[in-house]
Each structure stands twice: as structure tokens, then as C-alpha cells.
Ligand binder design. Structure first.
Ligand SMILES: C[C@@](CO)(OP(=O)(O)O)[C@H](O)COP(=O)(O)OP(=O)(O)OC[C@H]1O[C@@H](n2ccc(N)nc2=O)[C@H](O)[C@@H]1O
Ligand SMILES: Nc1ncnc2c1ncn2[C@@H]1O[C@H](COP(=O)(O)OP(=O)(O)O)[C@@H](O)[C@H]1O
Length: 283
């Protein structure tokens, strides 16, 4: 008998603003950022195995099986829970890698929540978020599933409810190294902490933008193009660039002007992750 399969979404995120407050002793940077989800992402399919083996069947170019965040998340959860079951996994990957839209972190979170459900572990979100943080700074917000103001390296989360416009996200054909941007001497690292909530208007800048735009002409071009139609912003350390529109039709109109050398996609902003909406329906 074949095991029942469960398919779950793994959405992208945007950083609606990103301020860098300083550098910690371990080299990591203290941030303030707002995460919002997109109704757009990968789909991961899971089927339980009873022999304890964890196997990702989809190959990723440049990412060995055991380094994949999906496999690392599954193995950590299996180890820490002492679960004897295993899992077969397939992914329909549409999110660009290294684009600042959090695909890897989202895949890890979908795996943690999916396996918690299928292996019937009964872990709560706090415990899953703590495990998630050991895989990446952006994993906890995907585990929680609500748009958030984030502090620390992104792990101290306060839920927020920004507007949910339609976005056009441009995907420059270049992968930006987060480590490279955070080690650039020209990076602004001394933004004043925002102490009032909600975050006052006029704080939507991304401190990484000047450094990324200086190093990557492809990102500069994308910012210039989108900036003709709306405020063009960088998500995370890039390379993706995004802008909000009041309707899908208006975002589509600008999207239709894109060429083969600069692609993009249109998606709705969402304060509740589509993963959590789907999981809610399963319960
Ligand atoms: C800055 C954000 C905003 O969402 O960028 P994106 O990855 O989404 O673009 C993330 O928090 C990224 O978090 P995460 O994905 O865990 O970062 P990693 O790739 O592990 O970081 C690579 C390297 O960047 C530096 N780094 C990263 C995050 C941080 N808050 N301070 C840092 O100094 C460290 O040198 C680290 O070794
Ligand atoms: N399942 C995964 N999906 C995407 N990237 C992954 C995955 N597993 C490991 N990685 C590695 O993590 C890096 C960052 O990926 P990703 O989270 O998509 O980008 P970003 O952090 O810029 O949003 C990739 O370049 C890749 O080497």
C-alpha cells in the first residue's frame, strides 16, 4: 500500500523595511525588519515511510542532498523528537534561490510543520521556532505564519498587520551573497532603533540597498525600471526588487513590459501565510 501524501505550500516573504542597528560580538548584525508573506511559493509533497529514512527526491542544482534545508530540517526534527518514522519528499520549486525572498527558510519551515503534523509529534510553534532558528534567522517567522516586526537577527517577532497590496517582484538574474553584503565596509550599521509601535511612516528603507545596488548592476537596473511606476524596494539582501500596486491589473500592466533578461512575478501580499491557511483547513 502506498503511503498517503500531503502537499503543502511554502510561500515567499518580503522585507518591507530593513534597518541595521549594529554588529554583535559573534559577527551577526542586529536588525529591525518587517516580514510580510506572498501568496506565491513552492509546493512540497510529503509521504511518510516507516523505515526512518529521510529522502528528498527532487535534485537542486548546486545544493547537495544533505545540505538542503528541507533535509536538514527533517533530520533535526527526527533527532530531537526521537521519531522512528521517515519521509519521502518532492518539491515543485518556483522561488529563485538567493533572491532575498526566503525560499530556503520557507522550505525548512514547511518541512517542520508538515512533519510535525504527519509524524503526529504534537510540538507547539514555540518549540518548532526554536529549532527553526538553528537552521536560519528567517525560519521562525515562516513557522509562526504571521507578518511580523522582527528584531535581534530576526528571531524576536511581534505580529503586525501592514496593508496587503499586490506586488510586482522583479528577479534580476544574479544571486547576492548575504555574507558578502554584511561584510561590506560601506554598509550602514548604525541606524537608530525604532522604539514606537506601529513603525512610523517614513521608515521603509532597506539599509542593504546602497551596497547591493553599487555591487550589482542587474539590481540597479531593476530598481530603475520599477521606480518609474512605483516606489521600488529591495527585499533582504536582494537580489529581488519589489513594488506595491493597488490592484492586480495595475501590477500586471507593468509586468507585461518585462523582457527575457529581467523576469518577475505578480503576487498578493498576505499577513497570514498560505501554509498556515492550508494547515488550518486540515485540522
Ligand atoms: C538579512 C536577511 C533578511 O531577511 O536577508 P535575506 O537572506 O532574506 O536576503 C536574513 O535575515 C538573513 O538571514 P540568514 O538567511 O539566516 O542569513 P545567512 O544566509 O545565514 O547569513 C550569511 C551571513 O551573513 C551575515 N549576517 C546574516 C544575518 C545577520 N543578521 N547578520 C549577519 O551578519 C553573517 O556573516 C552570516 O554568516
Ligand atoms: N530548499 C532550499 N531552497 C533554496 N535554497 C536552499 C535550500 N536548501 C539550501 N539552500 C541554499 O540556501 C541559499 C539561500 O537560499 P534562499 O533562502 O532561497 O535565499 P535568500 O536567503 O536569499 O532568500 C541558496 O543559495 C542555497 O544554496
Amino acid at each position: 500500500m502506498t503511503a498517503p501524501r500531503l502537499t503543502l505550500p511554502s510561500p515567499a516573504k518580503l522585507n518591507l523595511m530593513l534597518h541595521i542597528l549594529g554588529r554583535r560580538e559573534d559577527g551577526y548584525h542586529e536588525l529591525q525588519t518587517i516580514f510580510q508573506f506572498l501568496d506565491y511559493g513552492d509546493e512540497i509533497t510529503f509521504a511518510v515511510r516507516d523505515d526512518g529514512v529521510i529522502r528528498l527526491h527532487t535534485e537542486f542544482e548546486g545544493v547537495p542532498h544533505d545540505s538542503n534545508l528541507i533535509v536538514r530540517a527533517a533530520k533535526k526534527l527526527q533527532e530531537q523528537s526521537g521519531c522512528a518514522l521517515g519521509i519521502d519528499i518532492w518539491i515543485d520549486k518556483i522561488l529563485p534561490m538567493g533572491g532575498g525572498i526566503g525560499g530556503g527558510s520557507s522550505n525548512a519551515a514547511t518541512t517542520l510543520l508538515g512533519l510535525n503534523h504527519l509524524w503526529q509529534l504534537g510540538w507547539d510553534e514555540d518549540r518548532l521556532a526554536v529549532l527553526g532558528l538553528t537552521l536560519g534567522a528567517d525560519v521562525p517567522v515562516f513557522v509562526r505564519g504571521h507578518a511580523a516586526f522582527a528584531e535581534g537577527v530576526g528571531e524576536k517577532l511581534t505580529p503586525v498587520d501592514p496593508e496587503e497590496p499586490w506586488y510586482l517582484v522583479l528577479v534580476p538574474q544574479v544571486s547576492v551573497s548575504t555574507a558578502e553584503i554584511f561584510s561590506d565596509p560601506l554598509l550602514t550599521r548604525n541606524s537608530s532603533p525604532i522604539k514606537v509601535r506601529p513603525v512610523p511612516k517614513g521608515n521603509s528603507r532597506n539599509d542593504c540597498l546602497p551596497v547591493v545596488a553599487r555591487r550589482y548592476p542587474e539590481v540597479r537596473n531593476a530598481l530603475n525600471l520599477l521606480g518609474k511606476f512605483t516606489e521600488a524596494k529591495l527585499t533582504g539582501t536582494g537580489s529581488c526588487v519589489f513594488g506595491g500596486f493597488p490592484s492586480k491589473a495595475e501590477a500586471d500592466k507593468v509586468s507585461a513590459l518585462l523582457t527575457e533578461t529581467l523576469t518577475g512575478f505578480v503576487a498578493k501580499g498576505s499577513n497570514v501565510s498560505m501554509l498556515h491557511r492550508k494547515l488550518q483547513n486540515l485540522l
